[in-house]
Design a protein around this ligand. Structure first.
Ligand code: UD1
Ligand code: UDP
Length: 350
């Protein structure tokens, strides 16, 4: 079979890697990069480190408002799909690249495969929630990380073509952690001692675009008094500039981390504080306590397991949790067993 696979934003490069290896054993895959992320550290760095094949097309849409960015992707995707005539289009997650890939395919009557389907934060104002709802409802096959995501789909009337395979990001994490330990010297470079620092990432629109929330988070980071490493997403860099954020000496801001460095930073952190979906899950895969700087999360499995605590953007809650949050001894495999990509490729071949 011939698949067109769509990627565009940082997490999608990670999600694409294991699926591409598994799929290409028996099928043809044409990879389309929408160009949503384009800085070296947000895009090419992942192609250099992960064994994701080079994209066959780059639509080079760049940044823009939601409408402009998604519209440019739709036009580019339609051209590619008309030329390639694939049997199905694969989209993943919840970005604007996801929704554009799904919509372009749907209008041309091409089957859609959605990986990481059925995630819901139930916050309808989140652009990601809108994207994933549309992708799920257009897709003929939905691959879910857990039975909870399948139940979310069932609650919206989607029963056919739903498979629970586990999280492909776990496949990537398991595959790359040993390679990352060998290749990354980030701890030496940043003079970090394992378990003596915490790792922070922030990029969610409702944190970066709300000055009050962002100020509260900065205030909390300044108040914790423990070494922090904070690789800064470009969206957040711009937002921090616009509020003239000033950080205490224990907060080390860096460029966005490469994937190997990020694996090592996560694995050795005492605590991870994030609003990222991928980083919440990876914290779980490395059995690191995670506090989530959001009011809700799609990744409730990690919260229910006791390893992830929702603290929103409340300075006092963040600081309290920083010093007191203690996950339990149990660490069940709530998001699969690291063989999701293999299962997805097998099902797609049927
Ligand atoms: C996007 C996804 C989000 C995902 C995140 C992963 C949507 C709606 N959001 O959010 O779900 O969690 O990617 O990181 O698709 N920028 C650069 N260089 C880049 C990329 C972005 O400078 O290479 C800056 C631009 O100012 C841009 C801003 O970051 O306007 C936001 O980028 P965008 O891709 O629109 O959304 P993200 O916040 O990255
Ligand atoms: N990531 C990375 N460097 C960073 C921040 C994140 O390599 O500085 C990786 C992270 O390990 C995970 C993925 O990018 O694999 C998550 O992407 P991101 O946080 O941008 O988006 P989200 O998962 O929230 O959609």
């Amino acid at each position: 079979m011939k698949f067109v696979s769509v990627v565009g934003a940082r997490p999608e490069f990670v999600q694409a890697a294991p699926v591409s290896w598994a799929l290409r054993k028996a099928h043809q895959e044409i990879l389309v990069h929408t160009g949503q992320h384009y800085d070296y550290a947000m895009s090419q760095a992942f192609f250099d480190e992960l064994d994701v094949p080079a994209p066959d097309y780059n639509l080079e849409v760049g940044s823009g408002t939601h409408a402009r960015q998604t519209a440019a992707m739709l036009i580019g995707m339609e051209d590619v799909l008309l030329k390639e005539q694939p049997d199905a289009v694969i989209v993943r997650g919840d970005t604007n690249s996801t929704v554009a890939g799904a919509l372009a395919a749907s209008k041309l009557g091409i089957d859609i495969v959605h990986i990481e389907a059925g995630e819901r934060s139930f916050a309808r104002s989140m652009p990601e929630e809108q994207n994933r709802i549309i992708a799920d409802h257009l897709a003929g096959r939905c691959f879910c990380v857990s039975s909870k995501s399948a139940a979310n789909l069932a609650a919206e009337g989607i029963f056919e073509g739903v498979y629970v395979t586990g999280d492909v990001m776990l496949d990537a994490s398991l595959h790359y952690r040993a390679i990352a330990r060998e290749k990354s010297n980030v701890l030496e470079r940043l003079r970090l001692t394992p378990e003596k620092y915490s790792l922070v990432t922030i990029h969610r629109a409702n944190n970066t675009d709300d000055p009050e929330r962002l100020r509260n988070i900065v205030e909390a980071l300044n108040a914790v008094g423990e070494q922090i490493v904070f690789p800064v997403h470009p969206r957040t860099r711009n937002a921090l500039r616009s509020i003239d954020a000033v950080f205490a000496g224990h907060v080390l801001l860096t460029e966005p981390a490469g994937y190997y460095d990020m694996m090592v930073l996560e694995e050795n952190a005492r605590l991870i504080a994030t609003d990222s979906g991928g980083v919440q899950r990876e914290a779980y895969y490395f059995a690191r306590p995670c506090i989530t700087l959001r009011d809700e999360t799609e990744w409730t499995e990690t919260v229910e397991a006791g390893w992830n605590l929702l603290v929103g953007a409340d300075c006092r809650k963040i600081v309290d949790a920083w010093h007191t949050f203690q996950p339990p001894a149990e660490h069940p495999p709530v998001l699969g067993d690291g063989t999701a990509a293999k299962k997805i490729a097998e099902i797609l071949g049927e």
